[in-house]
Design a protein around this ligand. Structure first.
Ligand code: IVH
Length: 640
């Protein structure tokens, strides 16, 4: 029918549905346009686990796979294989009841995904009602939603024209588009679907995988092109090579060929490894595209936590359709291990990753002019001696006030989950830094409205707004300040644990590495990073400047109710009969008490459980009261 005719009928249908909502069926095409935005995606438990696939990276590994499963089920030696392109998109699970789409979900962790039904309805390839009538009454159809490459390029061109950042790759964008809260956005993206698998309640009548694919097509699904059955792996080898050569002509990403035992009766017998990967299928991955170019320089970027991140500056080269001029080198050890030298001819790959990687140098191209890379002994930005902690691969600049870190650390400091300084976003941070107004996070509190008003884009209103947001941030609790400082390994959760346990900045700064490690949920790596942070002179100065600016260095006690243990401190040793270590800590803290990890005269009591440690003896020597779990609970409950 013509577009005009379609539009006319569609308009009529919408009018009918508006006046008679009871006539609006599940499979009405008006559902495709997009319902109202949701506020959050709802979890969905798949009927059976959505499986992933084992990999074979070359033909030998493919043969090894067959040999393995032949040993389990001898009929495999004679069996045929179905070859299907492995679509590089986002897996979805579509539930059909009596031929109607009733639910669509993402893969999630394989067991629990997210309900994306309204979004899936906007994808024209997703049948709302199955064609024909020979479908199983209750069935899940699994497939891959993908972003057609031409649609992806168009979207990026539009985004660029609108001054918005480009999306990194079609796969992530397909997944992101599926998980939009507003189905109208999903609808605009032009997503497509290839179906490849069914799960049914009870028996179905199909004998082979290729019959399933045929059936999916008759029901109205698209099945990926170039599928083919072969009798043996020699034949498979030729087909796979042919498909790999076809890849540049396809309008969708594929990262390999899925080789499946065609006979479904054998699937049952072969089963699934570890509940995750079926034995009856394997992904024969295509070689990642590799480009060859010259490494011009190795530079170092100082990250928010002070990590020195080396990266390669490359002679620009195209890899999988994207021009690459930088690649990560991860860390100094890796550069040494791969013997990567400035001036080397190197292999670069994107291999499904967003960030290009260097595979290694081509030594046969060396002229002798290449320069080995020497890891710097001092921070390239602030010249502080570089540190490397035991057991960590990264090198760090330990100076929290390092200018190399200022941009990223300020953005983090001001962010919503940290000090929450409204209107101080990335652009403004860069502007303040470029104007020389901020060199570290403490400088933020020295800013004045007058200074800001001299900057471009700052009127009086914006300036006073930012200053009052900065002032308000001084009252953020200690836990958020701790997180905002960007101490390595200290995320929001660890910051909360530390703040609750120590109560004040001063207590934490005085704590030894051992004291910190005694906090439940805080391991030795974190403890060492925290103790180290506060041992660095420039960091101590930074903290003092924050204190002078009037920041809150105390953690408010969350429970505003009774505080029967206020002013008391307890040490717990041994296993308590009912409460776990974290439970008992929480109870004491909630009741206003403090936890200590070393016994002193100030300790109110030592709570003793089964198999207590040496601290019990020391407590007894100091004459400190010994109590058990039930006595502790009695004291907590006594007045609350
Ligand atoms: S079969 C249900 N066939 O690859 C049996 N998977 O790495 C397991 N994929 O999660 C999947 N194309 O999302 C199969 N033709 C194809 C596929 C395919 C893409 C995805 C699928 C799976 C992932 C595993």
């Amino acid at each position: 029918m013509s577009d005009t005719e379609w539009d006319r009928l569609f308009g009529e249908l919408k009018a009918i549905e508006n006046t008679h909502p009871e006539l609006r069926t599940m499979d009405s095409p008006t559902h495709r346009v997009g319902a109202e935005p949701a506020s959050a995606l709802v979890k969905h438990k798949h009927r059976s686990r959505m499986l992933s696939l084992g990999n074979a990276f070359d033909h030998d590994e493919l043969v090894a796979w067959k040999t393995r499963i032949e040993k389990l089920v001898s009929e495999v030696s004679e069996t045929a294989f179905q070859l299907e392109l492995k679509i590089d998109g986002a897996a979805v699970n579509l539930t059909y009841q009596d031929g109607l789409l009733i639910m669509a979900a993402t893969r999630g962790n394989g067991t629990i995904g997210e309900d994306i039904t309204t979004n899936a309805r906007t994808i024209p390839d997703v049948p709302l009602r199955l064609r024909g009538s020979d479908w199983p009454a209750s069935m899940e159809v699994r497939g891959e939603v993908y972003f057609p490459l031409d649609a992806f390029d168009r979207l990026n061109a539009t985004r660029e024209a609108a001054g918005e950042p480009r999306f990194a790759n079609p796969r992530n964008s397909a997944a992101g588009s599926l998980r939009q809260l507003d189905p109208k956005i999903t609808a605009q993206r032009g997503l497509r679907l290839f179906a490849f698998h069914i799960e049914t309640e009870g028996e179905h009548s199909f004998g082979t995988q290729h019959e399933v694919l045929d059936a999916l097509e008759t029901w109205g699904f698209c099945v990926a092109p170039h599928r083919q059955a072969v009798d043996n792996l020699d034949a498979a080898k030729l087909v796979i090579a042919d498909l790999e050569a076809k890849l540049p002509n396809l309008n969708f990403g594929a990262d390999g060929v899925v080789v499946k035992v065609d006979d479904l009766a054998l699937h049952e017998r072969l089963g699934v490894v570890g509940g995750r990967e079926p034995r009856w299928a394997v992904a024969r991955k295509f070689a990642p595209e590799v480009a060859i170019t010259q490494l011009r320089d190795i530079q170092i970027n100082v990250g928010r936590t002070g990590a020195l991140n080396p990266y390669a500056v490359l002679e620009p080269v195209e890899v999988t359709g994207v021009t690459v001029s930088h690649a990560t080198l991860h860390n100094f050890d890796l550069i040494a291990a791969k013997d990567i030298r400035v001036g080397d001819i190197v292999e670069v790959t994107r291999a499904g990753e967003v960030i290009p990687q260097i595979l290694g140098p081509l030594r046969e191209h060396r002229t002798g002019d290449e320069k080995p890379f020497l890891a710097p002994s001092h921070c390239p930005v602030c010249d502080t001696p570089v540190e490397k902690l035991d057991g960590e691969v990264m090198h760090y600049c330990p100076n929290a006030a390092c200018e190399g870190r200022v941009l990223e650390s300020l953005i983090h400091f001001a962010s919503r989950g940290a000090m929450d300084i409204r209107t101080l976003g990335e652009q403004r941070v860069a502007q303040l830094r470029d104007a020389g107004l901020v060199h570290d996070v403490a400088d933020v509190y020295q800013l004045t409205a007058e200074q800001l008003m001299e900057l471009e884009g700052f009127g009086e209103k914006a300036a006073t707004q930012l200053i009052s947001a900065i002032t308000a941030s001084k009252r953020q609790p200690f836990s958020l300040l701790l997180f905002a400082l960007g101490i390595r390994h200290v995320g929001a959760t660890v910051a909360t644990l530390l703040a609750r346990y120590f109560g004040t900045m001063d207590a934490l700064m005085l704590a030894s590495e051992e004291d910190i490690a005694a906090v439940e949920g805080v391991g030795p790596t974190i403890a060492s990073a925290v103790a180290h942070f506060f041992s660095v002179k420039s960091n101590q100065r930074l903290v003092e400047r924050l204190r002078d600016s009037g920041l809150d260095f105390d953690e408010p006690v969350t429970d505003s109710g009774a505080q029967p243990l206020a002013g008391q401190s307890f040490l717990v040793t041994g296993t308590l009969p009912n409460l776990s270590r974290s439970d008992v800590q929480q109870r004491i803290i909630d009741a206003g008490g403090k936890i200590t990890s070393s016994v002193s005269k100030k300790t109110t009591a030592i709570v003793v459980g089964d198999a207590p440690g040496s601290k019990l003896k020391r407590a007894q020597a100091l004459g400190i009261e010994t109590i058990d779990e039930s006595e502790l609970l009695r004291r907590i409950d006594a007045q609350s």
